[in-house]
Design a protein around this ligand. Structure first.
Ligand code: SF4
Length: 267
């Protein structure tokens, strides 16, 4: 596999919420979606971009800006990943490719997956599912587990809140199910947007008919990224929405379990 270069915006070592065990998470820069609740708005644009530094304490201080995005080779990323091999082995962890959307840099992703597998590292792809099937065909054999987002099944609402339709996402999920891949579905629970009974029933029914879904993780929306939107000069559209309560998350878990699904709160 030839070495490639890609654009990332973070490497997180010792991650414990991005799949089983202790993991290194690689955050690819660029995403074809623009979800209103996105926790990583700095990962959406597929080019370098500026963000106001968190160290700018006063509004009137001279504007200090950081540049987001590091161009890096696949071998440099693998060298980072391998630093923690001993922790992966002890915890059944590995590497998670996340973002942004890794599928937007297919050659870079393919190279990283292949190099990770060569090194015997467990691989996870955390994806919105929004890419062509031909990309999935190229990478599928080198992914041990998919963390696959499902947000809304209603096409118009999906378009409104994410900027894209559900077509590719559902087609690719069927493709992975047919290939008997290991898949954990992740549903962001955003009050007033994804948490309606109608949406959850639609998703529950849809998933209950698919084989090879290991589990459904329901992820409570939080407001922790709001400050990042401001520093990027982006509008945060959910200022008035409060995170779901623990009771509401339990209700949703129960609702999805009625479809015979194994459901976990949190990632
Ligand atoms: S798919 Fe994920 S990374 Fe992309 S905009 Fe939505 S939440 Fe953000």
């Amino acid at each position: 596999m030839k070495e490639t270069r890609g654009l990332i915006f973070d490497i997180k070592r010792f991650a414990i919420h991005d799949g089983p065990g202790i993991r290194t998470t690689i955050f690819f820069k660029g995403c074809p979606l623009e979800c209103w609740w996105c926790a990583n708005p700095e990962g959406q644009k597929k080019e370098h971009e500026e963000i106001i530094s968190p160290f700018q304490l006063e509004e009137n201080d001279e504007c200090i800006k950081d540049v987001i995005g590091d161009e890096i080779s696949s071998q440099e990323v693998i060298d980072e990943i391998l630093k923690d091999r001993v922790f992966y082995e002890e915890s059944n962890g590995g590497v998670t490719f996340s973002g942004g959307e890794p599928l937007m840099q297919p050659e870079f992703l393919q190279s990283l997956l292949a190099l990770s597998k060569q090194e015997g590292i467990h691989t996870i792809l955390d994806t919105s599912g929004y890419g062509t099937q031909s990309i999935f065909e190229k990478i599928v054999d080198d992914v041990d587990l998919f963390l696959y987002d499902l947000k809304l099944l209603d096409m118009e609402k999906h378009l409104k809140y994410t900027g894209v339709s559900t077509d590719l996402i559902l087609q690719n999920l069927s493709f992975l199910v047919d290939k008997k891949q290991n898949i954990i579905i992740r549903i962001p629970i955003v009050p007033g947007i994804t948490d309606s009974s109608a949406n959850l029933n639609q998703i529950g029914k849809y998933l209950s008919e698919l084989k090879s879904i290991i589990r459904v993780d329901i992820l409570p929306y939080n407001k922790m990224s709001e400050a990042k939107y401001n520093r990027l000069g982006k509008t945060y559209k959910l200022s008035n929405i409060a995170p779901p309560s623990d009771e509401r998350m339990s209700e949703i878990k129960n609702q999805l379990e009625l479809f015979g699904l194994k459901v976990k709160i949190g990632g």
